[in-house]
Design a protein around this ligand. Sequence first.
Ligand SMILES: Nc1ncnc2c1ncn2[C@@H]1O[C@H](COP(=O)(O)OP(=O)(O)O)[C@@H](O)[C@H]1O
Ligand SMILES: [Mg+2]
Length: 240
Amino acid sequence: MTALRVEALEAGYEPGLPIVRGASLSVESNEILAVLGPNGAGKSTLIKAIAGLVPVSAGRVLLHDREITGRAAHRLPHEGLGFVPQTENVFVNLSIDDNLDLAASILKVPKKRRLDKLYALFPDLARQRRLLAGRLSGGQRQMLAVARALVGEPKVLMLDEPSAGLSPKLVGIVFEKLVEVRATGVTIVLVEQNVKAALAIADRAAVLVEGSTRIVGTARELAKDPQVAALYLGHYRGDT
Ligand SMILES: Nc1ncnc2c1ncn2[C@@H]1O[C@H](COP(=O)(O)OP(=O)(O)O)[C@@H](O)[C@H]1O
Ligand SMILES: [Mg+2]
């Protein structure tokens, strides 16, 4: 079953100046899809357009066959779509507990049950739940951002560059957690600059260039194709 489908999407910040120009992709239930592409390709704009944060001028977005194109961002968690933005994805002046509590309040979901479940998945967060989010390490803060998005129990979770600013070791830890999240039945769309790490956990990948999807394939195919790597992924060299 297709969890999320994007058809010929056009989106941008100003009328008549689309940044996303004919992007199409689909994610099957329980897959991890990596969305790759050079800096400035429009990856963040695409994911924000799906998340209702950038105006869409053409095309469609379907979540489990229900059209959600242009739906306001605050409604999407109720539709089963979660989003972890690249920056400002936690409240640094609130504790871990209050970050999650607030997310539950906003969504009007049963707090204790949801938080207990999340703390079981994120034991490191559970151990320091009174700590201010601003005092967390980069990796732990990213974990909290993921946990916040999971409070709404999304069917599809989209993340914008969760590896940004993290050491390779922490990238590994965060990505392993994403694999665990997927195992709980969540479909994942992972926008990444870190091609190697993303392809290591993704099932399939889409490469966005100048606002449109140029290549879609299995992560294995993409990782092994040196031409694709050289042409679209710049610095990346696949394992040979
Ligand atoms: N808030 C914004 N307002 C206007 N233009 C923007 C904004 N954010 C990004 N852009 C432009 O959109 C293009 C794609 O950016 P972005 O989606 O961030 O690419 P990526 O995430 O692939 O690096 C860039 O040319 C960028 O300058
Ligand atoms: Mg970006």
